[in-house]
Structures are given as structure tokens and as C-alpha cells.
Design a protein around this ligand. Structure first.
Ligand code: ASP
Length: 342
């Protein structure tokens, strides 16, 4: 590889971007990475060196913490020799993987850009080419020989977002993602417009620290009017359960029926962490703002503030795996660690 051009590692994990239609069944299935690259000869025109690594492609519905660790290890292995990473990933769970990687890669100072597409690369109207080409261009952006982007991001349909702020909002539109509580980092028009003030600024004196210990003994409960005690009780009776995320209403409100609050209080006193996030896509949990969230605050529920469900899940797995003391857990969870909450 030449020394002057940035080196980009392009990693293919699967997803629609690299799929073909099986004409017998009509279903989309993965095909090999080499074919994907052949479909985009424009990649050779980019002003960077591109190395590629392909995993056995999967639909991202089969993504798992074990797989996140494999991707993180690949980045760790190539961290010094590469200037940026582009990860091709199915859109269904892309926000989960991007969020998880943001926590697993502490003091990251290079771009890790997730992208994919709604239509396969071979499709006439595909969005794959623009998504892939611009992701590589953004990963290769440099100023004073340093990457411009120093965090885990997600690029889709002309916008670069902070990965742990994103959520998949549409299974049909090319604009499949949104970042409801944080501005986009880059907009792609005739020029790439970098919104500098929103970029994550890592501590330049600290070197990359990779975290691979994730604890998935957690549960996610979405509240609805009429949810029964027996359902909540059975979730909290799960063996080895360490933490529960409650998706509550509005600004973090929930029912105040005594059995519900008592049940949570008992669990928290046993050392189970309970995190409050909102079912709304935009806005924040503000415990104590309404009477219907006062009790949660009083019994020691953790505020997820304006975190997405995807980031709430991976932050929980990461912090449980990091052996944070029981006393410090709430304070640490409520702090923004990678720009995932305001
Ligand atoms: N089911 C696909 C996946 O997430 C969808 C996509 O790639 O957009 O792998």
C-alpha cells in the first residue's frame, strides 16, 4: 500500500447490500463479497487504498454479542495499519452493532463507519452504491494527516450519524435511519458538509482500549396499559438476571399501581439494575417531572435520559461486563460515555 493515501479496511458481514434474489423462492440470500465488489467498479476511482475482509455473510437478524467481539478484534488487529474502517452490515440490527462497538472501542481515534442498503447492489435502483462509496470517502477524510471522524458512525441515504444515536425507522424508504436526539455529523450533497461541532472529540492522550466482556443477562420490557403483574414477575424471575430496561411512556412515566412500584423496589433492593428509557423516539426521560415518575426516582431507578433502546441495551451489557461496583453503577450509566446521551 502507498503511504500517501489513507488505508481503509472494508469489512463485509452480510445484509441486503450483498444479497441476490433466489428466483425459485423469491427470497433474498447472501452471495459472495467478490461479486459485490465487481458490481461497483467505481471503488477503484476512490483516492484511498481499500483492503477487504469478508465474513460468512449473515442476515443481521442473526447478529450477536459474540459476533460484535469478532468485529472488534478485527479492528483491533488492523488499528495501527488502517486509517479507517467501513463495515457492511444488514440494516435491521445495524444500530445495535454500531452502539455496541462504540462502547467496546474506548478512546477510538479513527472512523468506524457502518453502512448497508435497502436494495441489493445488483438491483437497478439500488441505494448500495451511494451508501458504500460515500462511506469509504468519509472514512478516508483527513485533515493534517489525521482522520476527521474519530468515532463509530452509521451512514445511510446522504447522512452520517453518530452510530449510538441511531435507530432503524423504516423498512421501505431509502432513508431507513434516524437520529432523533442528535444532529447528523455529515451531510452528503454536492459537497460533503461536515458539522464539526457535533463530532466526538476523544482524549488525544489516551490510547485505544478494547472491551470484550459483555454480559447479556438483561431484559427489556415495553410497558403498555394493562400489562400484568404475572408477566413482569416472570421476567424478573429469570435466572441470572442482572438488569432490566423499562420502556416507559413519554418523559419516563409509568403506572403507579402499588404492585408495580413494590415489585421494582424489591428487585432494586436485591441488586437488580432497572433502567428507565422512553418509548418515544425523540426527547428524554425526566424522572420526577410528573407524579407518575416520582416513585421510580425515589426507589433508585436509573435514568436512561435520551438514549435509544439500541444504545441502552449495549451500554448495559458493556457496563455489566466491566464489573462496575454496585454503588457506582447508576452514576456511571447516567453519564454519557461515548456521546450516546445528552
Ligand atoms: N434483513 C436484512 C439484514 O438486516 C435487511 C438489510 O440488510 O437491510 O440483514
Amino acid at each position: 500500500m502507498s503511504n500517501t493515501k489513507p488505508n481503509i479496511l472494508l469489512v463485509y458481514t452480510g445484509g441486503t447490500i450483498g444479497m441476490l434474489k433466489d428466483f425459485k423462492t423469491g427470497a433474498l440470500k447472501a452471495f459472495d463479497f467478490k461479486t459485490l465488489l465487481d458490481k461497483i467498479p467505481e471503488l477503484q476511482l476512490l483516492d484511498c487504498n481499500i483492503e477487504t475482509v469478508s465474513y460468512e455473510p449473515i442476515d443481521s437478524s442473526n447478529m450477536s454479542p459474540e459476533y460484535w467481539i469478532q468485529i472488534v478484534e478485527l479492528i483491533e488487529l488492523n488499528y495501527n495499519s488502517c486509517d479507517g474502517f467501513v463495515i457492511l452490515h444488514g440494516s435491521d440490527t445495524m444500530s445495535y452493532t454500531a452502539s455496541a462497538l462504540s462502547f467496546m472501542l474506548e478512546n477510538l481515534k479513527k472512523p468506524v463507519i457502518f453502512t448497508g442498503s435497502q436494495l441489493p447492489v445488483g438491483d437497478l435502483r439500488t441505494d448500495a452504491k451511494e451508501n458504500l462509496i460515500t462511506s469509504i470517502q468519509i472514512a478516508a477524510l483527513q485533515k493534517n494527516n489525521e482522520p476527521v471522524i474519530k468515532e463509530v458512525c452509521l451512514y445511510f441515504e446522504y447522512k452520517l450519524y453518530r452510530g449510538n444515536r441511531t435507530t432503524k425507522i423504516n423498512a421501505e424508504h431509502f432513508q431507513a435511519f434516524a437520529s432523533p436526539n442528535y444532529n447528523e455529523l455529515v451531510e452528503s450533497g454536492v459537497h460533503l458538509k461536515v458539522n464539526k461541532k457535533y463530532l466526538f472529540k476523544p482524549d488525544e492522550n489516551k490510547s485505544l482500549k478494547v472491551h470484550k466482556n459483555l454480559d447479556n443477562n438483561i431484559a427489556l420490557i415495553k410497558l403498555f396499559p394493562g400489562i400484568t403483574e404475572v408477566v413482569i414477575q416472570s421476567i424478573f424471575s429469570t435466572p441470572n438476571l442482572k438488569a432490566v430496561i423499562l420502556e416507559t411512556y413519554g418523559a419516563g412515566n409509568c403506572t403507579t399501581v402499588p404492585w408495580f412500584i413494590k415489585l421494582l423496589e424489591k428487585q432494586i433492593s436485591k441488586g437488580i439494575h432497572v433502567v428507565n428509557i422512553t418509548q418515544c423516539s425523540g426527547g428524554s426521560v425526566m424522572m420526577g417531572h410528573y407524579e407518575t415518575s416520582n416513585a421510580l426516582k425515589r426507589i433508585g431507578v436509573i435514568s436512561g435520559k435520551d438514549i435509544t433502546t439500541e444504545a441502552a441495551v449495549s451500554k448495559l451489557m458493556y457496563l455489566l461486563g466491566a464489573n462496575i461496583s454496585q454503588e457506582m453503577f447508576k452514576t456511571t450509566y447516567e453519564m454519557p460515555l461515548r456521546g450516546e446521551m445528552t
